[in-house]
Design a protein around this ligand. Sequence first.
Ligand code: NAD
Ligand code: USQ
Length: 404
Amino acid sequence: ATAADINGTDKKKIIILGGDGFCGWPTSLYLSDQGHDVVIVDNLSRRNIDTEMGCDSLTPIQSPDVRVKAWKEVTGKEIKFVNLNVAKEYDLLVQLIKEEKPDSIVHFAEQRAAPYSMKTSKTKRYTVDNNVSGSNNLCCAVIDAEVDAHIVHLGTMGVYGYGTSGGEIPEGYIDVILPGGREANILHPAYPGSVYHATKCLDALLFQFYQKNDQLRITDLHQGIVWGTNTPQTIKDERLINRFDYDGDYGTVLNRFLMQGAMGVPLTVYGTGGQTRGFIHITDTARCIEIAINNPPKTGERVEIFNQIAETRRVRDVAKLVAEQTNVEVNLLPNPRQEAAENELDVSNRKFCNLGLNPITLDAALFDEVTEVVNKYKHRCDPTKILPASFWNKKRAEECASLD
Ligand code: NAD
Ligand code: USQ
């Protein structure tokens, strides 16, 4: 729907779980800007993990209170902020859904870093507890609140695994012939590459179950790696600036390379850089969420699954692009992760494209936007946080010992 539709009858009440985060904040502003009534729910666990790790967003993000006040001042639009732990404060979650009666609930509220999830048994267990309980609580809460809200969940391309499928990865479901010859269309097999990615596979099973059992309307968005910083909304005022993670645990690959390029330090390519991944720009994340909100599955229809990526790229090719632009060297480091050294990746993203997405692809002009942000705030960078600090297993840790 366009803004014109929304000004007519299409204005929705939307709860954004995890709306203080890197994807959630710009998405909240975008949906508010489009005329929707937005309520952000977040327990600020991401900010607390920064404190625990001695890191901080490269950009000076403001408190939720300052953020929503600044948005009101700049646009006249109201966003409500609620501090609530989706995985632990179940009764409050039910009460909130009953009171707000949302049309849609967007679920970003998970521990999303694969390296952090692999750090220690404590972070593995936290990631499973937080993510799986959060998604389960959300489904139960929608049922208990008796509100027919459409759940839009952020999944990950990583549920499909890398280098295992051969051929194009379809959107969520595959045709198979079961023993005995019966044809079926089932969820794509799950091949997670980290504890974090495993939680998204478990989420997908929970959604399949609650859709079948309780007729919940659910969309799962298997998103690729997000890059970029600001969007047309976060750029309106410095107090609205988006989070920018650059550290070895939370920084994602392209944003890390752009930061390293601007800092003049060698790019940290893990292994041969032969890993191929899906990428999407932060502005398109927000647009995809809007498209998903406007195209809910009908009651009784199975979980809708979209692949939310613009393109696929090999890590070493991404590094080459950044190196050419910034004249820094590419450093091939021992890989801290247990993953295929080289993989092909061919992914369908037809559903979003058919619904009007014209995806932004890797582009030097947009690199400049990130580079400008990094240059402005690079005095805030702690260079000791750049190298990887989480290892998938003992063997990987030993191989990487030389990095210290
Ligand atoms: P983020 O960590 O910046 O944001 C997540 C937010 O959720 C944080 O503000 C955190 O405080 C909040 N949160 C976590 N657990 C919570 C809980 N129990 N209760 C309430 N709030 C809680 O992460 P992001 O990069 O914005 O990612 C958002 C979602 O998108 C995640 O689910 C992630 O798996 C998915 N995703 C992200 C990327 C990416 O590249 N960033 C790519 C694909 C998918
Ligand atoms: N990599 C490097 N150098 C770095 C950082 C990463 O070579 O400095 C490599 C990694 O080994 C990996 C690839 O780049 O092969 C991607 O790593 P990443 O940290 O950018 O992405 P990932 O760990 O997969 O996780 C991110 C988000 C996660 C989301 C996922 C989408 O943190 O929330 O689900 O991207 S996807 O990768 O499509 O599954």
